[in-house]
Design a protein around this ligand. Structure first.
Ligand code: FEO
Ligand code: CA
Ligand code: CA
Ligand code: CA
Length: 597
């Protein structure tokens, strides 16, 4: 393997067929779980008992479908102690619970399997794999009854007041957390994404429709257990407006109140990542993961103070919100929906950031600031932002400050709708946009190009890898999460390849500089039906981590498709195995740990 100056040496693996129920890693590498769904976090937590999970037992255990992930070394521990954060996007009731379990127990237990987890990890020293520590003092579960404080210009707005919360400032719980980001001041951001699926609404308003709330009966049935999720009841009025935010958590203070930042806008946040611009302002980038939705950034009013965490934790409460407008520089008739390069040799151009708010005031005609922040999609519609192909993770390259946006796919885009930043009709495989802000990241102007147009070059002539010969790379489809290693190489994890290139979802490294720029090598593949989430690349430590989300999700209790990560025998009674457990895993060279098979 190459990878510009990367400290992680590996021989890339081939794609793995979408029928394989295994974690595949490079030759000489090993893997093991750090923590799995159901692992007890506290001394008094119940042991995982898949046939008899209850809301109470689940509340003391690691949740389901881990997505965002970070592992931060605790200062002064000589590399021996760390804190792991993960969120729990959703649940797969069909494979989690015995079919004869009481329906109310299923709903409430699934509810307790959502949310966030903080857990301490320990190890013998640098370069060694981690183990989670049951009962450690930072361990914490964030559940649907955990209080979150709303901050920013929309906090206290009538749009956010409910029968149970006349202040419009305190929300119980977080829903459908997808990706996230770790701030320069050591807190964690997590994005509330497809919150619409938890709410019952019989006559959706235009605003609710724009957020995907439709007249259907939510299958998880939370509205039956808690009327606040039924917007047709007095308890449910406005409750949906209290989800769809960026959440900030301090993993080092287990008594802290997590917050939802209204200044960053409300949409289906994939996640958010923050950089400190040269000017000292904190700049957060966030994608709205929906077909034809937008890319946003927030610029803090105040500036970063090194070492002043209390001050820095106020940065996301006040500032300016922008949405992106992209223009191509190739004639429109060259962008015909086939996705093959235009005659100027690149999908590229310039763009600008359309400002939606300034100093807590709306810049959008006929909308007050709380309307702009609660109904951000409608504000961006009005201002003519560029409709993207499902913008997911947005990451800042720590080496060169450029911004990378994973547009995962958009099968609804027609040839007539193809434009230079979203050049493919029926975009099944997605692409990655590279943005270079003019000046620092507070700028309102940028240049952009497509870094890669994903897919299998054998099946699709439009595949493009930054100029690298497409027949010499590993096929890649549906980029979702992004990460950088210490040398500035881009790592891409995918969600959706089993359905597009018939390969298990995977993790790739892309060389970003030098003669091999654009080279794509596959590091690992996750088991059947799973999505590769969270990638954390600690190349200087020889460790790579991913969150394995929804393994075997197309199975049933009686017919499981995955037995990851323990590979205990299937069958009834399922005992302590016999079913998949979404888990955070670590990969490393050599035989330091066990192989979970
Ligand atoms: Fe939950 Fe946008 O992936
Ligand atoms: Ca061009
Ligand atoms: Ca995602
Ligand atoms: Ca995804």
């Amino acid at each position: 393997g190459s990878g510009n100056a990367s400290k992680l040496k590996f021989a890339g693996i081939d794609g793995v067929a979408n029928t394989v129920d295994d974690v595949v890693v490079p030759k000489g590498y090993n893997w093991e779980p750090v923590i799995r769904w159901g692992d007890p976090l506290f001394h008094d937590s119940a042991e995982f008992d898949p046939e008899n999970q209850t809301p109470e037992s689940q509340a003391g255990q690691f949740g389901y479908n881990c997505d965002y992930l970070d592992i931060i070394e605790i200062q002064g521990s000589n590399g021996k102690r760390g804190v792991l954060f993960s969120n729990h996007e959703y649940t797969n009731e069909n494979i989690m619970f015995p079919p004869d379990m009481d329906i109310s127990q299923v709903r409430k237990t699934a509810m307790a399997a959502h949310g966030l987890s903080v857990v301490e990890v320990e190890r013998k020293g640098k370069g060694q794999p981690w183990k989670y520590v049951r009962g450690a003092k930072l361990n914490r579960r964030f559940l649907m009854d955990t209080e979150y404080e709303l901050t920013g210009p929309a906090a206290g707005s009538d749009l956010l007041k409910t029968k149970a919360d006349a202040s419009g400032r305190v929300v119980l719980g977080t829903q459908n957390n997808c990706a996230g980001g770790t701030t320069p001041w050591g807190t964690i951001l997590s994005g509330e994404e497809n919150f619409n699926q938890y709410f019952k609404v019989s006559a959706p308003t235009d605003e609710q429709r724009r957020y995907g709330l439709t007249n259907t009966n939510p299958s998880r049935g939370w509205h039956v257990e808690e009327p606040r999720f039924d917007t047709d009841t007095p308890d449910g009025k406005n409750e949906d407006n209290r989800f769809g935010w960026i959440v900030e958590v301090d993993p080092f203070d287990p008594t802290s109140t997590p917050r939802k930042h209204t200044a960053l806008g409300r949409f289906k946040h994939e996640g958010a990542n923050v950089t400190i611009a040269k000017s000292g302002h904190a700049v957060s980038y966030s994608g709205d993961d929906e077909r034809f939705d937008y890319l946003y950034k927030f610029v803090s009013k105040d500036t970063y103070r090194e070492g002043d965490k209390k001050h820095n934790m106020s940065l996301l409460t006040e500032g300016d919100l922008y949405v992106a407008s992209f223009s191509g520089n190739s004639p429109a008739n060259q962008i015909d929906g086939s996705g093959v390069l235009p005659s100027d040799g690149a999908f590229d151009g310039v763009g600008h950031w359309i400002q939606l708010t300034r100093n807590n005031e709306s810049l959008v005609p006929d909308m007050e600031v709380d309307q702009v922040l609660v109904y951000t999609r409608l504000a961006a519609d009005k201002m003519g932002a560029t409709k993207m192909d499902r913008p997911e993770d947005v990451e800042i390259n720590p080496v060169n400050g450029k911004i990378y946006v994973a547009c995962t796919n958009n099968i609804n885009r027609t040839a007539a709708q193809a434009d230079e930043p979203n050049p493919r009709a029926n975009n099944r495989h997605g692409h990655i946009v590279e943005m270079t802000e003019t000046g620092d990241q507070t700028s309102t102007q940028f240049a952009w190009k497509l870094l890669l147009v994903a897919g299998d070059p054998e099946m699709d002539e439009s595949v493009y890898f930054n100029g690298y010969p497409a027949d010499q790379v590993q096929p890649l489809s549906c980029p979702d999460n992004l990460a950088f290693d210490s040398a500035g190489n881009l790592w891409i994890s995918t969600d959706g390849q089993p359905g597009t290139i018939q390969r298990n979802d995977a993790l790739y490294r892309v060389t970003m500089e030098g003669p091999e720029m654009g080279k794509v090598e596959q590091f690992m593949a996750v088991p059947i039906d799973a999505e590769t989430c969270g990638p954390v690349i600690h190349d200087e430590d020889g460790l790579v981590f991913v969150a394995v989300q929804h393994p075997g999700e197309d199975g049933s209790w009686d017919k499981q498709r995955s037995l990851f990560p323990d590979y205990l025998p299937a069958g009834t009674p399922s005992g302590k195995g016999g079913l998949p457990r979404p888990a955070v895993i670590q990969m490393f060279k050599g035989k330091n740990g066990f192989v979970g098979r």
